[in-house]
Design a protein around this ligand. Structure first.
Ligand code: FAD
Length: 512
């Protein structure tokens, strides 16, 4: 298990402002050659020395997040083993990376997988292979999120569930009912599916028009003005898509609610979040994976591609490009058209607590959200632990920087030093936990400048998104941002379908 040092942490320590308790912490994944620094070298077209080695290989996968690993999973299970997966960071997994300390394993970003419904055969297959889904159709109870699952701090106390219930008027309740009725209709239409591609053919002109307005505008048209409902919808779109309801495409905002069954059991979750799945995929596929192998150029040849890393150039017939699509025009020569979808910046933090803060109201849950907070709250990494409650714990804290222009928010994300962000985080948590500073001994922060696609109006039916998602030629795209929706299932689907295309075309090339 990698230590914090291996993550490239910049060690820092400070005294918290309101208690003389030493609080240690760092920014993680920010060592030279990783994360933001590596991204900026690519963006700025930095010069790279010519690689010493040349390797001929039928296929290269660029990027080892869930999409790239899913492409590798599909190659391997179809018996195709002549490929390499190149990952920039020292640890594969992308947004599904995880860490571990003496108290618990914890996620760095993605932390759960909704229990898939029957219409998601790929996720089912993976879950069966990983032992999450048994032959008799039951799910492994260890990893179905235990009760109590969710709570909301509102009007000075914790209530059960995240949908605000305290202080609702009759008018608010009527608006909740109206919204649910509209969502039920959208669900029945079949236009909103996971993967999203599966529902596109069911989209009528009226559905497509939803991509022309923001969720905020759609709500105004529907007469939905309840402050509680507005907060809940805004929380949901920030939580899954890093984008405010006022800015997100109504199609994407409605997809969040209409694409899944209303009552799902689950979700599936682990102390290290989706890092649990990544670890199991790596146990099987690790032999294909090269970490610390940043691709800095992908150059078209008369036949195939040259893929450049620091020490090796790969001569490949096919490239599965599973790194963020946004970076493609920095890497690929000749560059593809500009990618039209901006990305949302995020910050996550892992807080190690030596003791639990005082609690008032509903007991600690897996997911803990604070009403009207700029953050999305925190998830408790030790929640699935079967021991009676532990003295120490780790909380994973989430913040989508969703206000205004993403570029401005990225400047704020990268401009604040560790002390500044630590104060923002603790001050936010103090709303619900006034004694939090006396409980935390360590606070590590992950800054993700381009964390996920921002599905603003026009993104879903943008011709360039649709063209890039359609595989052609010998370089195919696979990151989940092709769906404009950052979800495990979308990443898996994109990775598998790109690999499948390569397999079909590689065999037709071979038999020609
Ligand atoms: C804070 C946060 C929380 C989330 N929570 C959830 C959740 O709970 N459940 C859920 O389903 N989804 C969640 N998501 C969405 C998550 O993004 C997807 O589920 C999925 O993990 C995305 O996988 P991906 O492979 O498409 O992209 P990424 O994870 O972005 O992977 C891309 C990979 O490409 C690598 N790369 C980039 N450039 C290069 C290069 N030049 N050379 C080589 N490699 C390169 C990157 O290092 C990275 O490993 C969350 C996202 C964020 C940001």
């Amino acid at each position: 298990m990698p230590t914090r040092r291996e993550f490239g942490a910049t060690a820092l320590a400070g005294l918290t402002a309101k208690a003389d308790r030493k609080l240690e912490g760092a920014f993680v994944f920010e060592a030279p050659g990783q994360g933001v620094e590596a991204g900026h070298r690519l963006r700025d077209h930095a010069r790279f020395a010519a690689p010493a080695r040349r390797v001929r290989i039928p296929a290269v996968i660029v990027g080892g997040g869930v999409a790239g690993l899913s492409a590798a999973w599909h190659f391997d299970r179809r018996g195709f083993r002549d490929f390499v997966l190149l990952e920039l960071e020292q640890q594969a997994g992308g947004n599904a990376r995880s860490g571990e300390n003496a108290v618990s394993a914890y996620p760095w970003a993605a932390h759960y997988l909704p229990v898939p419904d029957k219409r998601q055969p790929l996720v089912h297959e993976l879950c069966r292979e990983l032992g999450l889904l048994h032959d008799d159709g039951t799910w492994d109870e260890r990893w179905l999120c235990h009760s109590p699952q969710e709570r909301l701090f509102i009007h000075g106390r914790w209530q059960e569930g995240i949908e605000p219930l305290v202080g609702l008027t009759k008018a608010d309740a009527a608006q909740y009912a109206h919204f649910e009725e509209r969502i039920a209709g959208f669900r029945l239409s079949g236009a909103f599916r996971i993967p999203m591609e599966a529902g596109l053919a069911q989209n009528t002109a009226a559905h497509r028009a939803l991509d022309g307005v923001t969720m905020g505008e759609w709500m105004r048209r529907e007469g939905l003005y309840s402050p509680y409902l507005k907060w809940f919808i805004d929380y949901s779109t920030r939580d899954d898509y890093g984008t405010r309801a006022a800015d997100i495409s109504a199609w994407a905002g409605l997809h969040y609610f209409a694409a899944r069954a209303p009552e799902e059991k689950g979700p599936l979750t682990w102390p290290e979040g989706n890092g649990w799945i990544v670890k199991r995929l790596l146990a099987k596929l690790g032999r294909y994976v090269r970490t610390g192998a940043m691709v800095h150029r992908i150059q078209r040849q008369r036949r195939g591609w040259l893929v450049f890393t620091g020490d090796t150039v790969y001569e490949a017939d096919f490239v599965v490009y599973a790194a963020p699509t946004h970076f493609a025009s920095w890497l690929i020569d000749p560059p593809p058209p500009r990618w039209p979808i901006d990305s949302a910046p995020w910050l996550t933090a892992n807080l190690t607590l030596d003791r639990w803060p005082a609690n008032h109201g509903v007991e600690f849950c897996w997911d803990n959200v604070i009403y009207n907070s700029p953050s999305l709250g925190y998830v408790i990494a030790t929640h699935q632990n079967l021991n009676t409650r532990q003295d120490k714990t780790v909380w994973t804290y989430y913040w989508a920087l969703a206000d205004g222009r993403a570029a401005d928010q990225r400047r704020i994300l990268l401009g604040g030093d560790w002390n500044w962000w630590k104060e923002k985080i603790l001050t936010d948590l103090e709303r619900a936990h006034p004694d939090i500073r006396r409980c935390v001994s360590r606070l590590d922060i992950f800054r993700i400048g381009h964390a996920m696609p921002r599905p603003v109006p026009g993104a879903i039916f943008h011709p360039e998104r649709i063209a890039r998602a359609r595989h052609q030629g010998s370089l195919v795209y696979a990151n989940c941002d092709l769906s404009a929706l950052s979800l495990f299932e979308e990443a898996q689907y994109r990775g598998v379908s790109a690999a499948d295309y390569v397999l079909r075309n590689a065999s037709s090339t071979a038999t020609r």
